[in-house]
Design a protein around this ligand. Structure first.
Ligand code: BGC
Length: 746
């Protein structure tokens, strides 16, 4: 090698070294995988120390990048440090199909179909926390398999009005029931290394004007009615993320609400997870930075996307946030707190090296979906034992109604699903009835729907009706399958229902059918109460909700009698809309004036209102019949006098006096007569579902901590347990009490 070539080689080596240095990842002291390995099993002081290390290592730009979306449903990681992206999916009844990177269009993947589980109203109606855990576990397995880190659900907004288009996604009108059901669901989901994201925090109790309405509600109703299920999700289930709501509360948007997020959620409840915005619910950089939001999702992605290169950089918690941090307008402590929470979420989910693989569309998931369906269906009426319908030769069963065949996992908004299959009620019944002949006709047609519009039906309503009447005439039994559906203004996100009655001419049709065939029963597919002036014309009425993949099989189980129904209503069915507390007070209370609304019914929501004001509902909270009969006897408390730290044990005997095995839900309500504050006549404080074989009895005992009898004292801003006499009401529905008994609290 001569001098020149040698010099050339040296230069090359020098150049290559430079190149390597400039393009090699910056080597930090941090090994994220190692941190993750050591952080398994929850958060510890050690984990916090690791998170601090990471916070020190990250640049301001990298920190800000963690606080907002990079696509419709994902966030950016920091590749240089091995910090991954976070992937999210709706929730809450199954894992939603893959969405496009930057639009609400589906990505049209071929491998993203899933098991659709029953709607949460049905789960609530099962009154079975163990089953809720199985639901969460199965759903979490599907989310893990689909490589989702955050499942956007469950929803626990309280059922305040039957007009709310989104009630089907929630757990009913009672804060105690919702709390008991949401905790095991979350635990089940999170066992899979998938964060549940409980939503929508808080007071998103209607869809109409959800983006603009300011909710005014007093502290008692806030703490006693609207917050308990969220509190249980945080403090009992240890939920890893929570979604802010669209609406305002006391003048400030819920996604950056100082009282809700900073004070109540993070300080009082000690929430250590991530507050995720609802999609496009953020309105200010400063407020989002200061008032509790951690992660901004969905902001204006439809409009901005066409006008800027990377509109995600324009998010409130993106460039404007970085600028304010750099200028010192916002202290770095704020971004650090958000980043700590986001890293903690990752250590619990995508960075957990031992997270399971998950599974999809398994037989077990289908079993759970079907079981929730059969356990949650509510037999509202059963005159002359209309149900179960026997499978007899030479019997014609006319199934009439569009809901018998309509796909109910499509539509409804963000909870829409792409199930691997969905057994319709008609299909389920046809498969089940081997001897009887099942015939079907539509009877009415609602028209197909895309997300926010309904295309009017193409078929002629009169001829549909005439055909249905002809079918009814020749049938031995008529099963009308109706209700609402998942179209806009029905049970669907984005707006509320327009009418309390059944839509699409169903009432007229039902009455006409009744004129030609009195052996008429109804399957009501809704997530909401409906008005029932036609009730006298049906002998049997089964509330079947929306049941997902296994819908038809679950319905056939109960209709045929293979399963004895045991569901109980998780909300009241008022006779008229005005009988509902929110509607009683007029527009100011619901839906508001477009700016404000006032929850004037205060703490008297649902059955609390009906009971206290003595306004009889059509069907009461907790109501649900069985094919057998039960008797609740021997109701006893363990003592008469209790101190605040005690737990009261109330026992009773449930006797199955009928001729079939079955399950009953014993419900314990407690009231405080002569209270110094306004109180509901009674409130649910305990329940237990018990399986009792025919002809046998079972003794059960329900524990109720005495401190749960406290009311929220606005004058002291804390819970206050009054001394004195309390009345316990034990029964199998809020309007069917077998025994009242008294206790004394010292
Ligand atoms: C809904 C959320 C949902 C989100 C993402 C919003 O419109 O309110 O519940 O998780 O969209 O789809």
């Amino acid at each position: 090698m001569n001098f020149y070539s040698c010099r050339k080689s040296i230069l090359w080596i020098f150049f290559l070294t430079l190149l390597t240095i400039s393009f090699a990842p910056v080597h930090s002291q941090i090994n994220v995988q190692e941190i993750a390995e050591k952080s398994i099993g929850g958060m510890s002081k050690e984990t916090d120390a690791y998170i601090e290390q990471l916070v020190k290592e990250l640049s301001l730009t990298e920190k800000v990048a963690l606080c907002h979306a990079q696509s419709k449903f994902s966030t950016k990681g920091v590749p240089r440090l091995g910090i991954p992206e976070i992937w999210m999916a709706d929730g809450p009844h199954g894992v939603r199909a893959e969405m496009s990177w930057d639009s609400w269009n589906y990505a049209q993947w071929a491998n993203d179909s899933i098991t659709a589980f029953p709607a949460l109203t049905c789960l609530a109606a099962s009154f079975d926390p163990q089953l809720s855990n199985e639901y969460g576990l199965s759903l979490g397995e599907e989310a893990r398999y689909r490589e989702k880190d955050v499942l956007l659900g469950p929803g626990v907004n309280i059922y305040r009005t039957p007009m709310n288009g989104r009630n089907f996604e929630y757990l009913g009108e009672d804060p105690f029931l919702a709390s008991k059901m949401v905790v095991p669901y979350i635990q089940g989901v999170q066992k899979n290394g998938v964060a549940a994201c409980v939503k929508h925090f808080a007071l998103n109790n209607q869809e109409h004007w959800r983006d603009i309405i300011n909710v005014e509600v007093n502290d008692r109703a806030l703490y006693e009615i609207y917050l308990p299920a969220f509190k249980a999700a945080v403090m009992e289930a240890g939920v890893w993320s929570i979604m802010g709501a669209y609406n305002k509360f006391r003048g400030q948007y819920a996604c950056h609400n100082e009282l809700l997020l900073n004070k109540i959620l993070k300080i009082d409840w000690g929430f250590d997870g991530v507050v995720i915005s609802d999609w496009s619910a953020v309105h200010s950089t400063l407020e989002a930075a200061l008032y509790g939001l951690d992660l901004e999702m969905g902001t204006g992605t439809d409009g901005l996307g066409t006008t800027t290169d990377n509109h995600y950089e324009q998010y409130y918690l993106a460039k404007p946030f970085l600028k304010a941090l750099k200028s010192g307008e916002i202290a770095t402590a704020h971004v650090d707190d958000k980043v700590r929470r986001i890293l903690r979420l990752m250590l619990r989910t995508n960075l957990n090296p031992h997270k399971p693989l998950g599974s999809l569309n398994t037989k077990e998931h289908q079993r759970v979906a079907r079981k929730v369906g059969t356990q949650g269906m509510v037999l509202l009426k059963n005159k002359n034992n209309f149900f179960p319908i026997q499978d007899q030769k030479n019997t014609v069963i006319a199934v009439i109604g569009e809901n018998a065949t309509r796909n109910m996992t499509a539509g409804g908004g963000s909870s829409e699903l792409k199930p691997q299959f969905e057994i319709s009620p008609l299909e389920g019944l046809k498969q089940r009835y081997k001897n009887a002949t099942v015939i079907h006709t539509m009877g009415f047609e609602s028209g197909p729907s895309v997300y926010d519009q309904v295309i009017p039906g193409r078929l002629d309503a009169d001829s549909l009706r005439l055909k249905a009447i002809a079918f009814a005439k020749k049938a031995d039994v008529v099963l009308f399958v109706g209700g609402l559906n998942k179209s806009h203004h029905q049970d669907s996100e984005g707006d509320d229902r327009l009418q309390f009655e059944l839509p699409f001419g169903q009432e007229t049709l039902l009455n006409k059918i009744h004129q030609v065939n009195k052996n008429l029963g109804m399957l009501l597919l809704t997530g909401n109460a409906v008005e029932m002036p036609w009730l006298k014309n049906v002998n049997g009425l089964l509330q079947t909700w929306y049941l997902g993949s296994m819908s038809g099989h679950a319905i056939a189980d109960v209709v045929s009698g293979a399963v004895n129904p045991s569901g109980k209503l998780p909300f009241s069915f008022p006779k008229k809309l005005k009988d509902n507390a929110a509607h009683y007070f007029g527009d100011e209370s619901y839906p508001g004036d477009g700016v404000n609304q006032y929850y004037k019914e205060d703490i008297l929501v649902g059955y609390r209102w009906h009971d206290t004001k003595k306004i009889k509902p059509l069907y009461a909270f907790g109501h649900g019949l069985s094919y057998t009969n039960f008797k609740i006897t021997n109701v006893k408390t363990d003592k008469q006098m209790y101190s605040p730290a005690d737990t009261l044990a109330i026992s009773c005997v449930v006797k199955n006096t009928g001729s079939r095995d079955g399950a009953e839900v014993v419900q314990v309500y407690i009231g405080k007569p002569d209270s110094k504050v306004k109180r509901a006549l009674k409130e649910l404080k305990g329940f237990e579902k018990v399986v009792v074989p025919k002809g046998t009895s079972k003794k059960i005992s329900i524990d109720i901590p005495i401190n749960t009898l406290a009311f929220y004292d606005e004058s002291r801003s804390e819970w206050n347990l009054e001394r004195g006499t309390y009345v316990l009401f034990v029964g199998n529905a809020s309007d069917n009490i077998s025994k009242e008994t008294k206790i004394f609290v010292e």
